[in-house]
Design a protein around this ligand. Structure first.
Ligand code: Q9C
Ligand code: ZN
Length: 338
């Protein structure tokens, strides 16, 4: 198993996060990716490959030009006024219609979906490097490797065509899927096993039949992102039937998880996926500080083993997982597969 990484992720380091009424150290921190790299190295999982710089070509098929220009520029504009703070909005656009306001807070609130996703001086560089990891992983598999792991940070699955949120800015998994399409794969499946619903990924492919989106996640009645990820969301237009949401209740254990996982895999096999992108969130772990599922390291091994039933070229893209000590071992368990 090839692992693709970039040192540039460290440029994205938030000052803190408002959580349950208090300002604390951010959950989504550089130590996450450093720990995963260390665990992959120690496990002797396979070659470590530095991400190669990719152009914005595929990225521009997933995100709008205006959104990308905003992400690249906003912190520089912000720092003129607030040089020592991360850029964070307080008022958030509720719908999707309407002009982009001119000022800092108007622009931030137009493109953001929440207030836990700060933009720092290095966010754009780090987000681009995460995309580089994902695209290099696709390239490695397209060139003959059977699987690759993109050690992406910041994560991506909550980022939509022109909104950021949930610690995500650029949608690494969606960009990987789009890269497969550009390389001639007719049918690409995305399996999202992060605890949180991948609302950004879902929205990007919602009306398309060529990219199947299947997600197992905490029921949005109780969990972030709250407003998307319900079972009734099944795609629209030509994409109807090509989104499958399998929400699970609080406290879900492996016993309750497996029937949903089997349904997800059945759908992907029936679809005839020529390539698989796994949005690999490990925040379903029992010890995760912001989630309430109960999976164990052993369960992650079993998850990895079952995934291989799809038998298509596979790229694993790191999403969430906030139990920093156990994140690396849990990732290794999935990648090893049992
Ligand atoms: N401080 C991913 O796992 N809510 N994003 C956190 C509030 C946001 C999770 C609790 C969770 C975002 C990629
Ligand atoms: Zn998550």
């Amino acid at each position: 198993m090839i692992t693709v990484f970039s040192e540039h992720h460290r440029q994205h380091a938030a000052r803190g996060e408002w959580h349950e009424g208090a300002f604390r150290e951010p959950f989504e921190a550089p130590a996450r990716a450093d720990g995963v790299l260390e665990a992959v190295r120690q496990a002797g999982l396979g070659p470590l490959v530095a991400a190669r710089r990719s152009g914005l070509g595929v990225v521009e098929r997933v995100h709008s030009a205006a959104y990308l220009a905003f992400l690249e520029q906003i912190h520089a504009d912000w720092a003129v006024v607030y040089p020592d703070e991360d850029a964070v909005p307080y008022a958030i656009r509720a719908g999707t219609q309407g002009p982009v306001p001119d000022g800092l807070f108007g622009r931030l609130g137009h493109y953001a979906t929440d207030t836990v996703t700060p933009i720092t001086a290095g966010t754009w560089s780090a987000a681009c490097a995460a995309v580089d990891c994902a695209l290099t992983a696709v390239a490695e598999v397209a060139e003959g490797a059977s699987e690759a792991f993109a050690l992406c940070r910041p994560p991506g699955h909550h980022a939509s065509r022109e909104r950021y949120g949930g610690y995500c800015y650029l949608n690494n998994a969606a960009i990987a899927a789009e890269s497969w399409r550009q390389r001639g794969c007719e049918r690409v499946a995305i399996l999202d096993v992060d605890y949180h619903h991948g609302n950004g990924t879902q929205s990007i492919f919602y009306d398309r039949p060529d990219v199947l989106f299947v997600s197992l996640h905490a029921d949005p009645r109780h969990a972030f992102p709250y407003f998307e990820g319900y079972a009734a969301e099944a795609g629209a237009g030509a994409g109807e039937g090509f989104t499958l949401n399998l929400p699970l209740p609080p406290g879900t254990t492996w016993e309750a998880y497996t029937p949903a996982l089997e349904r997800a895999l059945d759908r992907i096999v029936a679809f005839g996926a020529e390539a698989l992108v796994v949005s690999l969130g490990l925040d379903t772990y029992g010890g995760d500080p912001i989630a309430d599922f109960r999976l164990t390291e052993r369960d992650f091994g079993e998850l990895g083993a079952r995934l291989r039933r799809v038998a298509a070229p596979t790229v694993f893209v790191l999403e969430g997982g906030y139990a920093v000590e156990e994140l690396g071992p849990n990732v290794v368990a999935v990648l090893r597969g049992g």
